[in-house]
Design a protein. Structure first.
Length: 454
C-alpha cells in the first residue's frame, strides 16, 4: 500500500506570482521554469466553478491559473524522467483559460515562429477531463522537445507516441501529477491538503484486460489511425495498443535513448517513420522488421490459451480455408447456383473496387482473430498476409485519389495491384512449404510464440 500526503503550497510549488496579496485578477501566472504562462481570460479573472463543483466525477478538473501552472510543471518533470530528457526548454507555452462557450471539451491550439524558437498558444475551457488535459500537455512537451532544432516546419509527433506516453502516465502517476486545485486561503497563500491512498499496480493491467477482448491494432493502424479510432469507443483499443507499443519500445536495449533520438530527428524529417527507422536502426533493419517484432510482442503480451490453440494441421487447413473466397456461380438463370472458391489474387485483379474493399477488409479482420489461435510457426505468416492486404487497400486508395476516380484502373493502381498479387503469391509459396505431410500426427501446438522465426 502506498500513502502520499500532499500539501499544495502554490508559492512553494514554484510559481511566480504578483507581489500584491489578494485577488490576482487577469494577470498571468508563470511556472517556476518560465516555460508555462497561464492567463485567466474570464471576466475579472473569475475562478468559475469551485473545486469539486464538477460533481462527483473525479475525472473533471476545474482549471485555475496557479493549479494549471503547477500541474504542467509536474507533468513535465515526470515525462522528462521517463524519457531521460535533459537540457532546458527553449520555447514558451501560453495557456489561456477562456470563458465557457460551446462544447466544454473544445480547446484551440496555435503555434508561431519567433526567431529560432516556437511559441505555443492554447485556449482551454474552464473545466477539462483529467486524461484530456494530460494528453494535451504531453503533446505540447513532445512538440517543444522535437522543435529545439531550428527548422522551417513543426515536427510531426506520431499519435501513438503521445497516446502511449499519456496512458502510461495516466495509469501509473496520474493521482500524483494532477492534484486537485487548492481551496483554502490563508492570506496570500492558497492551501489544499490532499491525501492519496493507492496500491502500486501494473500500469499495463487495464491494457491487458482490454486487448484480451479486442484484437490489438496492427502497426499500420497505429501509424495511420482512422477517424473512428480517435473519436468513439474504438479509441480505447488505440489507447491500449499505443501504450503497449511505447512500453515495449522503452523495454528494448537502449530503448529510452532511441526514443529520444527519434524525437530529436522529427523536426528534420517530413514523416515520423524516417526518424523512427534512423533512431532504431540497431533494433530494426526496415519497416517489415518492426511489423514482425510488434506481432510477436502482441502475442506475448495478450497471451494465448493453450486449450484453444489449433494444431499444426488445423492451422494450415483453417488458414487455407480463410484465404479462399466462396462465390455463387450460375450457368443460366434456370439453374441453382454452384459454389466456387476464388483466391485473393483474383479478387484484387478482377473485382470492382468497392466490392473488393469490403471483402478484403473482412479477411483482414478474420486474419486478426486467426493470429491468436494458429500454431506458433504460422504467426508470422498470418501477420504478413494482414500486412500485405492492409497496405494494398491503403496504397490503392492513394493511387486512385491521385488520378481522381476510384473506379478507374489507372497505371498507378495497376502497379499497386501487381505488387500486391506478387507478394500474395510469395506468401502462398511459404504457406505451401509449411503444409504438414499427409498422415502426419496432430500434436498439440506450443503454448507461446517461442521458436517463431522472424
Amino acid at each position: 500500500m502506498k500513502f502520499v500526503v500532499a500539501i499544495v503550497l502554490l508559492l512553494a510549488a514554484g510559481l511566480t506570482l504578483p507581489a500584491q496579496t489578494g485577488s490576482f485578477g487577469n494577470r498571468p501566472v508563470q511556472s517556476v521554469t518560465g516555460q508555462f504562462v497561464v492567463t485567466d481570460a474570464r471576466p475579472g479573472g473569475a475562478p468559475g466553478p469551485k473545486p469539486g463543483a464538477a460533481g462527483t466525477n473525479q475525472n473533471i478538473l476545474a482549471l485555475e491559473p496557479a493549479f494549471l501552472a503547477v500541474s504542467c510543471e509536474r507533468i513535465k518533470q515526470v515525462l522528462y524522467a521517463n524519457l531521460g530528457v535533459t537540457g532546458q526548454s527553449r520555447s514558451v507555452i501560453y495557456l489561456t483559460i477562456r470563458p465557457a462557450r460551446g462544447s466544454a471539451r473544445e480547446f484551440a491550439y496555435a503555434t508561431e515562429r519567433l526567431g529560432n524558437n516556437w511559441i505555443y498558444r492554447v485556449e482551454l475551457p474552464p473545466q477539462m477531463e483529467r486524461s484530456r488535459l494530460l494528453r494535451l500537455i504531453v503533446q505540447l512537451l513532445l512538440q517543444e522537445i522535437a522543435n529545439r532544432r531550428v527548422t522551417d516546419h513543426l515536427a510531426e509527433i506520431p499519435a501513438w507516441l503521445t497516446e502511449g506516453l499519456t496512458q502510461q502516465l495516466l495509469n501509473s502517476r496520474a493521482v500524483e501529477i494532477l492534484l486537485p486545485p487548492p481551496d483554502q486561503k490563508f492570506g496570500a497563500l492558497m492551501l489544499g491538503p490532499t491525501v492519496i491512498q493507492a496500491r502500486q499496480t501494473d500500469p499495463l493491467a487495464a491494457a491487458r484486460s482490454v486487448l484480451r477482448d479486442r484484437p490489438p491494432l496492427s502497426l499500420a493502424e497505429l501509424s495511420w489511425p482512422a477517424a473512428d479510432r480517435l473519436d468513439n469507443e474504438a479509441r480505447e483499443a488505440f489507447q491500449c495498443s499505443a501504450q503497449v507499443f511505447v512500453t515495449e519500445l522503452l523495454g528494448l536495449p537502449q530503448g529510452r535513448e532511441h526514443i529520444r533520438a527519434m524525437i530529436n530527428e522529427l523536426a528534420g524529417c517530413y514523416n515520423w517513420q524516417t526518424a523512427f527507422l534512423r533512431a532504431f536502426a540497431p533494433d530494426f533493419a526496415n519497416q517489415l522488421a518492426v511489423e514482425k517484432w510488434w506481432t510477436l510482442q502482441v502475442v506475448h503480451f495478450v497471451g494465448r490459451d493453450p486449450m484453444h490453440l489449433w494444431t499444426v494441421v488445423e492451422s494450415w487447413q483453417k488458414l487455407a480455408d480463410l484465404l479462399g473466397i466462396s462465390i455463387a456461380v450460375r450457368r443460366n438463370s434456370q439453374e441453382l447456383p454452384d459454389y466456387a472458391v476464388v483466391t485473393l489474387q483474383t479478387v484484387i485483379h478482377e473485382w470492382e473496387p468497392l466490392r473488393q474493399t469490403g471483402t478484403i477488409s473482412g479477411k483482414i479482420n478474420e486474419l486478426e482473430m486467426a493470429q491468436m489461435r494458429v500454431a506458433p510457426q504460422f504467426i508470422a505468416l498470418v501477420s504478413d498476409y494482414r500486412r500485405v492486404l492492409t497496405a494494398y487497400l491503403q496504397q490503392r486508395a492513394r493511387a486512385a485519389s491521385t488520378f481522381g476516380k476510384l473506379w478507374l484502373f489507372t497505371p498507378g493502381v495497376g502497379k499497386v495491384v501487381d505488387e500486391a498479387v506478387q507478394q500474395l503469391d510469395q506468401l502462398d509459396q511459404q504457406r505451401v512449404a509449411l503444409r504438414p505431410p499427409v498422415g502426419a500426427p496432430t500434436p498439440a501446438p506450443l503454448a507461446g510464440p517461442a521458436g517463431v522465426g522472424r
